[in-house]
Design a protein around this ligand. Structure first.
Ligand code: NDP
Ligand code: MG
Length: 395
Protein backbone atom coordinates (compact mmCIF):
# COMPACT_ATOMS: atom_id res chain seq x y z
CA UNK A 1 0.00 0.00 0.00
CA UNK A 2 1.39 3.41 -0.98
CA UNK A 3 0.43 6.37 1.20
CA UNK A 4 0.23 9.40 -1.06
CA UNK A 5 0.38 13.10 -0.23
CA UNK A 6 -1.32 15.11 -2.97
CA UNK A 7 0.03 18.66 -2.83
CA UNK A 8 -2.32 20.84 -4.85
CA UNK A 9 -5.19 18.35 -4.53
CA UNK A 10 -7.82 20.86 -5.67
CA UNK A 11 -6.08 21.50 -9.00
CA UNK A 12 -6.23 19.78 -12.35
CA UNK A 13 -3.32 17.37 -11.68
CA UNK A 14 -4.54 16.88 -8.12
CA UNK A 15 -8.00 15.85 -9.34
CA UNK A 16 -6.60 13.47 -11.94
CA UNK A 17 -4.30 11.94 -9.32
CA UNK A 18 -7.19 11.34 -6.93
CA UNK A 19 -9.18 9.77 -9.75
CA UNK A 20 -6.39 7.22 -10.35
CA UNK A 21 -5.94 6.61 -6.61
CA UNK A 22 -9.68 5.95 -6.16
CA UNK A 23 -9.55 3.26 -8.88
CA UNK A 24 -7.01 1.25 -6.84
CA UNK A 25 -7.93 1.35 -3.14
CA UNK A 26 -5.91 -1.83 -2.56
CA UNK A 27 -2.71 -0.10 -3.78
CA UNK A 28 -2.96 3.60 -3.01
CA UNK A 29 -4.33 5.76 -0.22
CA UNK A 30 -4.48 9.57 -0.23
CA UNK A 31 -3.25 10.36 3.28
CA UNK A 32 -2.52 14.07 2.88
CA UNK A 33 -4.48 16.59 0.81
CA UNK A 34 -3.57 20.25 0.39
CA UNK A 35 -5.01 23.38 -1.22
CA UNK A 36 -4.25 27.08 -1.30
CA UNK A 37 -7.58 28.86 -0.71
CA UNK A 38 -10.36 26.62 -2.02
CA UNK A 39 -11.72 25.45 1.34
CA UNK A 40 -14.99 23.99 0.05
CA UNK A 41 -13.27 22.01 -2.70
CA UNK A 42 -10.76 20.66 -0.17
CA UNK A 43 -13.56 19.65 2.23
CA UNK A 44 -15.35 17.82 -0.59
CA UNK A 45 -12.16 15.90 -1.42
CA UNK A 46 -11.64 15.05 2.26
CA UNK A 47 -15.19 13.67 2.47
CA UNK A 48 -14.46 11.42 -0.48
CA UNK A 49 -10.88 10.33 0.25
CA UNK A 50 -10.72 10.48 4.08
CA UNK A 51 -7.08 11.62 4.47
CA UNK A 52 -5.21 11.74 7.78
CA UNK A 53 -4.26 15.38 7.27
CA UNK A 54 -5.65 18.35 5.33
CA UNK A 55 -3.46 21.42 4.83
CA UNK A 56 -4.62 24.82 3.63
CA UNK A 57 -1.75 27.05 2.53
CA UNK A 58 -3.46 30.29 3.53
CA UNK A 59 -3.31 30.40 7.36
CA UNK A 60 -6.31 32.75 7.52
CA UNK A 61 -8.52 29.89 6.34
CA UNK A 62 -7.48 27.20 8.83
CA UNK A 63 -10.34 27.84 11.27
CA UNK A 64 -12.91 27.75 8.48
CA UNK A 65 -11.44 24.48 7.18
CA UNK A 66 -11.58 22.89 10.66
CA UNK A 67 -15.17 24.00 11.17
CA UNK A 68 -16.35 22.75 7.80
CA UNK A 69 -14.59 19.40 8.14
CA UNK A 70 -16.20 18.85 11.53
CA UNK A 71 -19.60 19.81 10.14
CA UNK A 72 -19.08 17.32 7.30
CA UNK A 73 -18.22 14.54 9.76
CA UNK A 74 -14.59 14.25 8.56
CA UNK A 75 -12.11 13.53 11.33
CA UNK A 76 -8.60 14.42 10.21
CA UNK A 77 -5.80 16.67 11.38
CA UNK A 78 -5.73 20.20 10.00
CA UNK A 79 -2.74 22.47 9.43
CA UNK A 80 -1.98 25.65 7.51
CA UNK A 81 0.84 27.72 6.06
CA UNK A 82 3.81 27.08 3.81
CA UNK A 83 5.82 25.39 6.58
CA UNK A 84 2.97 22.95 7.16
CA UNK A 85 3.09 21.98 3.47
CA UNK A 86 6.78 21.14 3.75
CA UNK A 87 6.24 19.28 7.01
CA UNK A 88 3.42 17.25 5.50
CA UNK A 89 5.50 16.44 2.40
CA UNK A 90 8.38 15.14 4.51
CA UNK A 91 6.45 13.58 7.40
CA UNK A 92 5.63 9.95 8.05
CA UNK A 93 2.01 10.10 6.87
CA UNK A 94 3.23 9.53 3.30
CA UNK A 95 5.86 7.60 1.35
CA UNK A 96 4.86 9.13 -2.01
CA UNK A 97 4.38 12.82 -2.77
CA UNK A 98 2.61 14.20 -5.83
CA UNK A 99 4.02 17.73 -6.25
CA UNK A 100 1.13 19.44 -8.05
CA UNK A 101 1.17 22.96 -6.63
CA UNK A 102 1.47 25.52 -9.41
CA UNK A 103 4.48 27.85 -9.61
CA UNK A 104 7.38 28.70 -7.33
CA UNK A 105 4.98 28.30 -4.37
CA UNK A 106 5.59 24.54 -4.67
CA UNK A 107 9.38 24.71 -4.38
CA UNK A 108 9.86 24.27 -0.64
CA UNK A 109 7.44 21.38 -0.21
CA UNK A 110 8.93 19.66 -3.28
CA UNK A 111 12.44 20.03 -1.86
CA UNK A 112 11.27 18.80 1.55
CA UNK A 113 9.80 15.64 0.00
CA UNK A 114 13.04 15.03 -1.91
CA UNK A 115 15.23 15.50 1.17
CA UNK A 116 13.04 13.11 3.13
CA UNK A 117 13.58 10.36 0.54
CA UNK A 118 10.00 10.22 -0.67
CA UNK A 119 9.01 8.87 -4.04
CA UNK A 120 8.51 12.28 -5.66
CA UNK A 121 6.03 12.47 -8.53
CA UNK A 122 6.88 15.82 -10.07
CA UNK A 123 4.23 17.84 -11.89
CA UNK A 124 5.35 21.20 -10.46
CA UNK A 125 7.79 21.97 -13.29
CA UNK A 126 8.53 25.46 -11.96
CA UNK A 127 10.32 23.86 -8.98
CA UNK A 128 12.84 22.01 -11.15
CA UNK A 129 13.21 24.95 -13.53
CA UNK A 130 14.15 27.18 -10.60
CA UNK A 131 16.25 24.79 -8.59
CA UNK A 132 17.25 21.87 -10.85
CA UNK A 133 20.65 20.96 -9.35
CA UNK A 134 19.47 21.62 -5.76
CA UNK A 135 16.41 19.44 -6.26
CA UNK A 136 18.42 16.58 -7.80
CA UNK A 137 20.98 16.82 -4.97
CA UNK A 138 18.11 16.61 -2.48
CA UNK A 139 16.71 13.51 -4.23
CA UNK A 140 20.16 11.87 -4.18
CA UNK A 141 20.77 12.79 -0.53
CA UNK A 142 17.32 11.61 0.53
CA UNK A 143 17.71 8.31 -1.31
CA UNK A 144 14.23 8.45 -2.82
CA UNK A 145 13.22 8.68 -6.46
CA UNK A 146 11.97 11.38 -8.80
CA UNK A 147 9.46 10.31 -11.41
CA UNK A 148 8.28 12.92 -13.90
CA UNK A 149 4.53 13.44 -14.28
CA UNK A 150 4.74 16.14 -16.96
CA UNK A 151 3.53 14.10 -19.94
CA UNK A 152 6.54 14.82 -22.18
CA UNK A 153 9.07 13.93 -19.49
CA UNK A 154 7.10 10.92 -18.41
CA UNK A 155 7.20 9.85 -22.08
CA UNK A 156 10.98 10.35 -22.26
CA UNK A 157 11.37 8.50 -18.95
CA UNK A 158 9.51 5.58 -20.51
CA UNK A 159 11.65 5.68 -23.69
CA UNK A 160 15.07 5.94 -22.02
CA UNK A 161 17.01 2.98 -20.57
CA UNK A 162 16.08 2.37 -16.93
CA UNK A 163 19.59 2.80 -15.48
CA UNK A 164 20.46 6.32 -14.46
CA UNK A 165 16.83 7.31 -14.04
CA UNK A 166 14.59 7.82 -11.02
CA UNK A 167 17.25 8.88 -8.53
CA UNK A 168 20.81 10.08 -8.24
CA UNK A 169 22.60 12.32 -10.70
CA UNK A 170 21.28 11.85 -14.23
CA UNK A 171 23.55 11.59 -17.23
CA UNK A 172 22.28 11.04 -20.72
CA UNK A 173 22.80 7.52 -22.03
CA UNK A 174 25.73 7.49 -24.48
CA UNK A 175 23.60 5.99 -27.22
CA UNK A 176 21.12 8.89 -27.24
CA UNK A 177 21.42 11.38 -30.10
CA UNK A 178 18.53 13.69 -29.26
CA UNK A 179 15.50 14.15 -27.03
CA UNK A 180 12.47 15.61 -28.79
CA UNK A 181 9.67 17.24 -26.82
CA UNK A 182 6.39 17.49 -28.66
CA UNK A 183 4.23 20.61 -28.29
CA UNK A 184 0.60 20.91 -29.29
CA UNK A 185 1.28 24.48 -30.42
CA UNK A 186 -1.49 25.71 -28.12
CA UNK A 187 -4.70 27.48 -29.19
CA UNK A 188 -2.88 30.01 -31.41
CA UNK A 189 -0.76 27.71 -33.55
CA UNK A 190 -0.33 29.11 -37.06
CA UNK A 191 -1.21 32.69 -36.12
CA UNK A 192 1.17 35.62 -36.62
CA UNK A 193 1.96 38.44 -34.18
CA UNK A 194 -0.63 40.81 -35.61
CA UNK A 195 -3.32 38.19 -35.07
CA UNK A 196 -2.32 37.78 -31.42
CA UNK A 197 -2.57 41.43 -30.46
CA UNK A 198 -6.00 41.38 -28.80
CA UNK A 199 -6.02 37.89 -27.26
CA UNK A 200 -8.09 37.62 -24.05
CA UNK A 201 -7.37 35.34 -21.04
CA UNK A 202 -10.45 33.25 -21.93
CA UNK A 203 -9.12 32.61 -25.44
CA UNK A 204 -5.66 31.78 -24.10
CA UNK A 205 -7.04 29.32 -21.53
CA UNK A 206 -8.99 27.35 -24.12
CA UNK A 207 -6.47 24.65 -24.93
CA UNK A 208 -7.35 22.46 -27.94
CA UNK A 209 -6.34 19.10 -26.37
CA UNK A 210 -5.86 19.40 -22.58
CA UNK A 211 -7.93 20.77 -19.69
CA UNK A 212 -5.45 22.38 -17.28
CA UNK A 213 -5.06 25.11 -14.67
CA UNK A 214 -5.07 28.70 -15.92
CA UNK A 215 -1.36 29.42 -15.46
CA UNK A 216 -0.13 26.42 -17.45
CA UNK A 217 -2.83 27.08 -20.06
CA UNK A 218 -1.41 30.56 -20.69
CA UNK A 219 2.11 29.09 -20.71
CA UNK A 220 0.96 26.62 -23.36
CA UNK A 221 -0.48 29.43 -25.46
CA UNK A 222 2.79 31.45 -25.34
CA UNK A 223 4.93 28.27 -25.67
CA UNK A 224 6.65 29.23 -22.39
CA UNK A 225 5.35 25.89 -21.14
CA UNK A 226 7.53 24.15 -23.73
CA UNK A 227 10.42 26.39 -22.76
CA UNK A 228 10.06 25.42 -19.09
CA UNK A 229 9.88 21.80 -20.23
CA UNK A 230 13.14 22.10 -22.19
CA UNK A 231 14.83 23.27 -18.98
CA UNK A 232 13.08 20.50 -17.03
CA UNK A 233 14.35 17.88 -19.52
CA UNK A 234 17.88 19.27 -19.29
CA UNK A 235 17.91 18.69 -15.53
CA UNK A 236 15.97 15.44 -15.38
CA UNK A 237 17.92 13.61 -18.04
CA UNK A 238 21.33 15.36 -17.96
CA UNK A 239 20.89 16.50 -21.59
CA UNK A 240 22.87 19.46 -22.97
CA UNK A 241 20.66 22.22 -24.48
CA UNK A 242 21.77 21.31 -28.03
CA UNK A 243 20.50 17.75 -27.56
CA UNK A 244 16.96 18.92 -26.80
CA UNK A 245 14.64 19.58 -29.70
CA UNK A 246 11.02 20.78 -29.88
CA UNK A 247 8.51 19.86 -32.60
CA UNK A 248 4.91 20.96 -32.84
CA UNK A 249 2.51 18.01 -33.03
CA UNK A 250 -1.06 19.33 -32.94
CA UNK A 251 -2.78 15.99 -32.18
CA UNK A 252 -0.95 15.54 -28.83
CA UNK A 253 -0.85 11.76 -29.26
CA UNK A 254 2.94 11.34 -29.45
CA UNK A 255 3.99 12.69 -26.08
CA UNK A 256 7.73 12.90 -26.87
CA UNK A 257 10.49 10.74 -28.34
CA UNK A 258 14.12 9.68 -27.99
CA UNK A 259 16.39 9.29 -30.99
CA UNK A 260 19.33 6.89 -30.63
CA UNK A 261 22.64 6.97 -32.56
CA UNK A 262 21.72 3.81 -34.47
CA UNK A 263 18.73 5.62 -35.99
CA UNK A 264 16.10 4.08 -33.70
CA UNK A 265 13.42 6.46 -32.47
CA UNK A 266 11.40 5.43 -29.42
CA UNK A 267 8.21 7.36 -28.78
CA UNK A 268 5.45 7.09 -26.19
CA UNK A 269 1.91 7.51 -27.50
CA UNK A 270 -1.45 7.76 -25.83
CA UNK A 271 -4.61 9.81 -25.68
CA UNK A 272 -4.09 13.29 -24.21
CA UNK A 273 -5.14 12.45 -20.66
CA UNK A 274 -2.83 13.19 -17.74
CA UNK A 275 -4.04 10.11 -15.88
CA UNK A 276 -1.74 7.97 -18.05
CA UNK A 277 1.42 9.73 -16.86
CA UNK A 278 0.10 9.93 -13.29
CA UNK A 279 -0.80 6.23 -13.16
CA UNK A 280 2.57 5.32 -14.66
CA UNK A 281 4.40 7.38 -12.05
CA UNK A 282 2.27 6.10 -9.16
CA UNK A 283 2.68 2.42 -10.05
CA UNK A 284 6.19 2.45 -11.59
CA UNK A 285 7.77 0.01 -12.35
CA UNK A 286 4.42 -1.76 -12.48
CA UNK A 287 1.42 -0.72 -14.59
CA UNK A 288 -2.15 -0.05 -13.47
CA UNK A 289 -5.35 0.88 -15.24
CA UNK A 290 -5.61 4.68 -15.47
CA UNK A 291 -9.21 4.85 -16.69
CA UNK A 292 -7.95 6.26 -20.02
CA UNK A 293 -9.65 5.24 -23.26
CA UNK A 294 -7.45 3.03 -25.48
CA UNK A 295 -5.73 4.85 -28.32
CA UNK A 296 -7.19 3.87 -31.68
CA UNK A 297 -4.69 4.99 -34.32
CA UNK A 298 -7.01 3.89 -37.14
CA UNK A 299 -9.67 6.33 -35.95
CA UNK A 300 -7.62 9.43 -35.18
CA UNK A 301 -6.46 12.24 -37.44
CA UNK A 302 -3.16 11.74 -39.28
CA UNK A 303 -0.17 12.57 -37.11
CA UNK A 304 1.43 15.87 -38.17
CA UNK A 305 4.72 17.46 -37.11
CA UNK A 306 6.11 20.93 -37.83
CA UNK A 307 8.85 23.20 -36.44
CA UNK A 308 7.86 25.77 -33.78
CA UNK A 309 7.51 29.44 -34.78
CA UNK A 310 10.06 31.11 -32.51
CA UNK A 311 9.46 34.59 -33.93
CA UNK A 312 5.79 34.67 -32.96
CA UNK A 313 6.20 32.61 -29.79
CA UNK A 314 9.27 34.31 -28.35
CA UNK A 315 8.94 32.74 -24.91
CA UNK A 316 10.34 29.43 -26.16
CA UNK A 317 13.44 31.19 -27.51
CA UNK A 318 13.82 33.09 -24.21
CA UNK A 319 13.75 29.81 -22.26
CA UNK A 320 16.53 28.35 -24.43
CA UNK A 321 18.44 31.59 -23.88
CA UNK A 322 18.06 31.29 -20.09
CA UNK A 323 19.08 27.64 -20.13
CA UNK A 324 22.24 28.45 -22.10
CA UNK A 325 23.03 31.38 -19.76
CA UNK A 326 22.89 28.86 -16.90
CA UNK A 327 23.07 29.57 -13.15
CA UNK A 328 19.93 31.21 -11.84
CA UNK A 329 18.76 32.58 -15.22
CA UNK A 330 15.98 29.93 -15.45
CA UNK A 331 14.74 30.99 -11.98
CA UNK A 332 14.70 34.62 -13.13
CA UNK A 333 12.85 33.63 -16.31
CA UNK A 334 10.30 31.68 -14.26
CA UNK A 335 9.69 34.47 -11.75
CA UNK A 336 9.24 37.09 -14.48
CA UNK A 337 6.90 34.79 -16.36
CA UNK A 338 4.75 34.09 -13.28
CA UNK A 339 4.27 37.83 -12.70
CA UNK A 340 3.61 38.55 -16.37
CA UNK A 341 1.07 35.71 -16.67
CA UNK A 342 -0.69 36.93 -13.51
CA UNK A 343 -0.92 40.40 -15.05
CA UNK A 344 -2.23 38.98 -18.33
CA UNK A 345 -4.87 36.93 -16.51
CA UNK A 346 -5.86 40.05 -14.55
CA UNK A 347 -6.37 41.90 -17.83
CA UNK A 348 -3.55 44.40 -17.30
CA UNK A 349 -0.97 43.06 -19.78
CA UNK A 350 -1.26 42.22 -23.47
CA UNK A 351 -0.64 38.62 -24.51
CA UNK A 352 2.41 39.45 -26.64
CA UNK A 353 3.90 41.59 -23.86
CA UNK A 354 4.41 38.55 -21.61
CA UNK A 355 7.58 37.82 -23.59
CA UNK A 356 8.64 41.50 -23.42
CA UNK A 357 8.48 41.46 -19.60
CA UNK A 358 10.46 38.22 -19.37
CA UNK A 359 13.05 39.51 -21.85
CA UNK A 360 13.48 42.78 -19.94
CA UNK A 361 13.91 41.05 -16.56
CA UNK A 362 16.47 38.59 -18.00
CA UNK A 363 18.42 41.56 -19.43
CA UNK A 364 18.31 43.37 -16.09
CA UNK A 365 19.46 40.40 -13.99
CA UNK A 366 22.35 38.55 -15.65
CA UNK A 367 22.86 34.93 -14.58
CA UNK A 368 24.54 34.26 -11.26
CA UNK A 369 25.67 30.91 -9.85
CA UNK A 370 23.09 29.06 -7.75
CA UNK A 371 24.46 28.78 -4.22
CA UNK A 372 21.62 27.54 -2.05
CA UNK A 373 17.85 27.72 -1.63
CA UNK A 374 17.98 31.00 0.33
CA UNK A 375 19.91 32.89 -2.36
CA UNK A 376 17.65 31.38 -5.00
CA UNK A 377 14.51 32.54 -3.18
CA UNK A 378 16.04 36.00 -2.82
CA UNK A 379 16.76 36.05 -6.55
CA UNK A 380 13.17 34.97 -7.20
CA UNK A 381 11.96 37.90 -5.07
CA UNK A 382 14.22 40.41 -6.88
CA UNK A 383 13.10 39.14 -10.30
CA UNK A 384 9.43 39.47 -9.31
CA UNK A 385 10.07 43.00 -8.09
CA UNK A 386 11.79 43.88 -11.38
CA UNK A 387 8.89 42.42 -13.37
CA UNK A 388 6.33 44.40 -11.32
CA UNK A 389 8.30 47.63 -11.82
CA UNK A 390 8.50 47.02 -15.58
CA UNK A 391 4.74 46.41 -15.61
CA UNK A 392 4.05 49.63 -13.67
CA UNK A 393 6.25 51.68 -16.02
CA UNK A 394 4.58 50.18 -19.07
CA UNK A 395 1.09 51.21 -17.95
P1 NDP B 1 -4.17 24.25 -10.99
O1 NDP B 1 -4.15 25.72 -11.05
O2 NDP B 1 -5.31 23.50 -11.57
O3 NDP B 1 -3.99 23.76 -9.46
C1 NDP B 1 -3.00 24.31 -8.65
C2 NDP B 1 -3.04 23.72 -7.27
O4 NDP B 1 -2.03 24.37 -6.47
C3 NDP B 1 -4.36 23.94 -6.55
O5 NDP B 1 -4.59 22.87 -5.65
C4 NDP B 1 -4.11 25.23 -5.77
O6 NDP B 1 -4.96 25.37 -4.64
C5 NDP B 1 -2.67 25.02 -5.35
N1 NDP B 1 -1.96 26.27 -5.13
C6 NDP B 1 -1.97 27.37 -5.92
N2 NDP B 1 -1.20 28.34 -5.38
C7 NDP B 1 -0.71 27.85 -4.23
C8 NDP B 1 0.10 28.38 -3.20
N3 NDP B 1 0.58 29.66 -3.24
N4 NDP B 1 0.41 27.60 -2.14
C9 NDP B 1 -0.07 26.34 -2.06
N5 NDP B 1 -0.86 25.77 -2.98
C10 NDP B 1 -1.17 26.52 -4.07
O7 NDP B 1 -2.77 23.79 -11.68
P2 NDP B 1 -2.49 22.45 -12.50
O8 NDP B 1 -2.98 21.27 -11.75
O9 NDP B 1 -2.87 22.65 -13.90
O10 NDP B 1 -0.88 22.44 -12.46
C11 NDP B 1 -0.15 22.10 -11.31
C12 NDP B 1 1.32 21.95 -11.69
O11 NDP B 1 1.44 20.84 -12.58
C13 NDP B 1 1.89 23.17 -12.44
O12 NDP B 1 3.22 23.35 -12.09
C14 NDP B 1 1.80 22.76 -13.91
O13 NDP B 1 2.77 23.36 -14.70
C15 NDP B 1 2.04 21.25 -13.81
N6 NDP B 1 1.46 20.47 -14.90
C16 NDP B 1 0.11 20.49 -15.12
C17 NDP B 1 -0.46 19.76 -16.15
C18 NDP B 1 -1.94 19.73 -16.35
O14 NDP B 1 -2.41 18.98 -17.23
N7 NDP B 1 -2.73 20.48 -15.63
C19 NDP B 1 0.39 18.97 -17.07
C20 NDP B 1 1.79 18.98 -16.72
C21 NDP B 1 2.29 19.71 -15.68
P3 NDP B 1 -6.41 26.15 -4.77
O15 NDP B 1 -7.25 25.24 -5.62
O16 NDP B 1 -6.88 26.26 -3.37
O17 NDP B 1 -6.12 27.44 -5.44
MG1 MG C 1 3.83 18.96 -20.45
Amino acid sequence: MKNVAVLGATGSIGGNTLDVIARHPERFRATVLTAHRQVDALVALCMQHRPELAVIADPALEAELSRKLTAAGVRCDVASGREALATAASGNLCDTVVAAIVGAAGLQSTLAAARAGKRLLLANKEAIVMAGPLLLDAVAAGGGALIPVDSEHNALFQCLPAEGLAGGKPSLHKGVRQLTLTASGGPFRGRNRAELAGITPEQACKHPNWVMGRKISVDSATLMNKGLEVIEAHHLFGAAPDLINVVVHPQSLVHSFVEYVDGSVLAQLGNPDMRTAIAHALAWPERVNAGVAPLDLTACAPLAFEPPDLTTFRCLALAFQALRAGGDAPAVLNAANEIAVEAFLAGSLAFLSIADVVDAVLAELPAQAVVDVQTLLERDRVAREAARRILRNAC
